[in-house]
Design a protein around this ligand. Structure first.
Ligand SMILES: *Cc1c(COP(=O)(O)O)cnc(C)c1O
Length: 399
């Protein structure tokens, strides 16, 4: 009998995380995700939600969800390829494709399911996947599920990407397919991938381009159409535009947009989609309403950017560094992990909710408070937030 403890690692690993202060302490949101909300029993100003446009609590989304329960029930009954494909799912895909100006779209249960289910079907043995070093974990998992070779280029570094591609051309036997994949907006720094240059390099090598626009949709481009619109690129430049309904769209669900061929292929090949139950009617209807709101109420995206400009300038004029931020993700650089954690607790004491991002998510000396701007924040809210950052920054000797 081996002296094996089958489950001992569970407790000891967890204890290690707690001792290193790397365990997640979950906060509880009591009520809707609004800019003024209740977290752990305390009324706070929300400064770290992905609900960029506050659509999660928009009356049209809520009404659509309630109506769909009445007309279509609480669940879908099956996976989509068997018996769980409702008229609502088809309508959402049509509406999304129109919004994205794509031939077709496909809706997954989550963005994570889109990346982990589609990427391994796009590149296999004999192919190469080229990935930005800071790509999202769901891309990393998708790449791991593929039998293709992998190459990583330095973050947003066009020259390094060119080098990686030139090296790839020397591979014997020649790669059958090359897939270049990048986040559109990077969630730790709020910087934008140089998608125009990436597309140009990819084209020179006959490579396919896949962008994960989870933080760009509802934010970048005309009316929040995303990064492809932002750079005015076409479907021959970016072949797979992936996104999520869980951030600016305010609901939940992943999606891809591109050619009809892409969607037909994914319908038949993508296992996370084929083998997992489809969204309940309330979710799908709320997503359709979110697309509707983006098409008919452009003021939300405008106010998101006005707030972003005001807050980022305000934070910078206090003397803080906001790193590479070009989007509503505004990291306020603090330095050491301990200081960032203390900063966040002091913010919470002053009724501001913004979490610290520390090692291992970012480098040890690059701990930060990551704020995420929201269309529904008022000038008074932002001034209050700036006041709190100033007060705490001075108290901790950071500004
Ligand atoms: C949030 C996020 C995802 C996952 O999307 P979900 O729909 O929440 O599963 C994928 N990629 C990136 C870059 C993200 O930020």
């Amino acid at each position: 009998m081996p002296s094996r403890d089958p489950v001992g690692f569970l407790g000891s690993e967890y204890k290690g995380l707690v001792e290193a202060e790397l365990d997640w302490k979950l906060r509880v949101l009591q009520g809707p995700s609004t800019t003024r909300c209740v977290v752990d029993g305390k009324q706070v100003l929300m400064l770290c939600s992905n609900n960029y446009l506050s659509l999660s609590n928009h009356p049209k989304l809520k009404a659509a969800a309630i109506d769909a329960v009445k007309t279509h029930g609480a669940g879908s009954g099956s996976v989509r390829p068997i018996a769980g494909n409702m008229d609502l799912h088809m309508e959402l895909e049509r509406r999304l494709a129109r919004f994205k100006d794509a031939e077709a779209s496909l809706v997954y249960q989550t963005g994570f399911a889109a990346n982990s289910g589609l990427i391994p079907q796009l590149a296999d043995e004999g192919d190469l996947i080229v990935s930005d070093e800071l790509n999202h974990g769901s891309i990393i998992d998708g790449v791991r599920l593929s039998k293709a070779d992998r190459a990583v280029y330095k973050h947003c570094d066009v020259a390094d990407l060119e080098k990686v591609m030139a090296d790839a051309e020397k591979h014997i036997p020649a790669y059958r397919r090359i897939l270049v994949i990048s986040d559109g907006v990077f969630s730790m720094d709020g910087d934008i991938a140089p998608l125009d240059s990436i597309a140009k390099i990819a084209r020179a090598h006959g490579a396919m381009v896949y962008v994960d626009d989870a933080h760009g949709e509802g934010v970048l481009g005309e009316g929040g159409r995303g990064i492809v619109s932002h750079f005015r690129l076409g479907r021959n430049d970016v072949h797979v535009e992936m996104g999520t309904f869980s951030k600016a769209f305010g609901v939940v669900g992943g999606h891809i947009s591109g050619s009809r061929d892409l969607v037909n292929y994914a319908y038949n090949k993508s296992r996370t989609w084929l083998l997992s139950g489809s969204h309940p009617p309330a979710v799908v209807a709320a997503c359709i309403a979110a697309v509707d709101v983006l098409e008919t109420e452009p003021q939300h995206v405008r106010s998101l950017w006005a707030n972003t400009d005001y807050f980022r300038k305000g934070i910078q004029s206090l003397g803080f560094d906001t790193g590479k931020s070009q989007t509503p993700i505004v990291p306020v650089m603090i330095g050491e992990s301990g200081a960032a954690k203390r900063f966040s607790s002091l913010l919470f004491e002053m009724n501001m909710f913004a979490l610290p991002i520390v090692f291992p998510m970012v480098a040890r000396d690059k701990a930060r408070i990551r704020t995420i701007m929201n269309a529904a924040l008022t000038r008074a809210d932002l001034d209050e937030a700036l006041g709190a950052f100033e007060k705490i920054g001075k108290k901790l000797g950071l500004v």
